[in-house]
Design a protein around this ligand. Sequence first.
Ligand SMILES: C[S@@+](CC[C@H](N)C(=O)[O-])C[C@H]1O[C@@H](n2cnc3c(N)ncnc32)[C@H](O)[C@@H]1O
Length: 443
Amino acid sequence: MPVSAREAALKALTRYRRAGAYTDAALDAVLLKERPDSRDAALCTRIFYGVVQNSALIDHYIASFSTVRPSRMEPQVLDILRLSVYQLVFLSKIPVNAAVSEGVELVKKHANPRAAGLVNAVLRKIAQNLEQLPEVTGADTAEKLALQYSHPEWLVRAFIDRLGPDGAEALLKADNSDAGVTALVNTLKADTESVLGSLRLNGVEAAAHPWLPNCVVLRNTRNIERLDAFRNGRIYVQDAAAALAVQAAAPAPGMFVLDGCAAPGGKSFTAAAAMHNSGRILSCDIHEKKLARVSEGAARLGFGIIETRVLDATAPEAALYDSADVVIADVPCSGFGVIRKKPEIRYKKEEDTAGLPELQRRIADNLSKYVKPGGLLVYSTCTLLRRENEDVAAAFLSDHDDFYLEPFALPGPVGDVPSGMTTLWPQETGTDGFFICKLRRRP
Ligand SMILES: C[S@@+](CC[C@H](N)C(=O)[O-])C[C@H]1O[C@@H](n2cnc3c(N)ncnc32)[C@H](O)[C@@H]1O
């Protein structure tokens, strides 16, 4: 018998916690094994992501109504409490009694049954106090927002520093929203209407992207790979912001494009579509295994102009000097712009990202050698930290007076970028957080 949505969510939370796994890998593994029906899979997904997105706030509520501190509870019991509290506090359509009694049943079946009394008591108290849950407080705004939106305090301070308290709060709220899955239409093979038709035939809730042409947004679905539109090479998963980074580079038919940090291939694919599959794209990455995904994707999508090559973007390759019309430097980064889709990213330790600006500078410096005179280097990241974005661009420009920032314009809310670099903020554009910087080499 297939497991219930809550049981599947518990299994995914356990897997995520034990393996230190990525959220999507943990969830997909459970959905693949347990095969809940599509309604249960959607609820399981909502609960699982909701718990990861709101864990600090949920623990604050649990701590307020429990005689045992969350940090002292058995992990499995805490997972069950969290997923039950998430339903009570955040999901309006779940009957209170169902959330409480299923939580208690989960403890009896999957955890220490002696904890059933505690779980029952905590859930009942929270259910009775839904209208007057304990206030979220903190020594200052950053501490309060960190708890309210379950982000680490240092990151909240960095966002407040850039956006002010209101802007930072809007961003944190966007980070905890349901982004859906954004996919680009392979214009070599299909158009938006036919893709939407195919997706709906497969039972998927899908709509055209609100402002980016040839882009669709899928809701309440996982395992995109099983969909006809995917299998027939008509779509590939990519956020609108990532597609815009390629649009800023304006690849055209016949050009030679070098994608220096290419795997899993999204930007190479968008470039290939813009080039009408004519010209040459060299998609490089340091990881051979990851490059296999670029080759597989290119074959599925029918982009014959993409070739792959294992290459360290920090190591000069003289044969490529001065050769490319466009070089894409979509560098490894801390990823704090994609917290909506990968909620676990927020928990990366600040010190683990400290070395990135140096690596990014070295990559930009080396890849710029491959740009031919008059050609373009587009530097992009999916993070929102100044040190990996504007500061890297400034350092690059101070070392390279043969490059200059070139203005560009993009569709939708981004519009004109007269300064030649821009940050896309999720709360403003509805996209992933992204940084795009367009650098022209002097002829
Ligand atoms: C942000 S991801 C690229 C995403 C890709 N451009 C896309 O749109 O699908 C960064 C990539 O850089 C690669 N990478 C990390 N260090 C590298 C290096 N020294 N040289 C080349 N690639 C590197 C990683 O393996 C990773 O695939």
